[in-house]
Design a protein around this ligand. Structure first.
Ligand code: ZN
Length: 105
């Protein structure tokens, strides 16, 4: 299983919902589909939702983006208690990180 991180671009100067959506999936194709069920949309500019100068709010994952662990900027994140702090001390709290796990079958 792989983990794909979707990072929100603040298109128009604001965020909507979680800044990160991190999806567990077998492939980027299923990760993109799962992300779209969880607050993520693609092609926001061409749909007229996002600001054209800022670019799309969300971008599709590619197969090469898949990681063995959930990651933000190359750091592994605990999916049970997601949290990220960069080297300058800036924190992404768990409320801004949405984890989407494969359903157990
Ligand atoms: Zn803009």
């Amino acid at each position: 299983m792989l983990w794909f991180t979707f990072r929100q671009n603040n298109s128009g100067g604001f965020y909507i919902g979680p800044k990160y959506v991190i999806v567990e999936a077998k492939s980027s194709v299923s990760a993109n589909a799962l992300a779209e069920e969880n607050d993520v949309y693609f092609n926001g500019c061409s749909k007229g939702i996002d600001c054209n100068c800022c670019g799309d709010r969300w971008s599709r994952a590619w197969q090469n983006d898949g990681e063995e662990k959930p990651m933000i900027y190359g750091e592994a994140i605990d999916p049970e208690n997601p949290f990220y702090q960069d080297s300058y001390g800036a924190v992404v709290p768990s409320e801004e990180i949405k984890i989407v796990r494969m359903s157990e079958e």
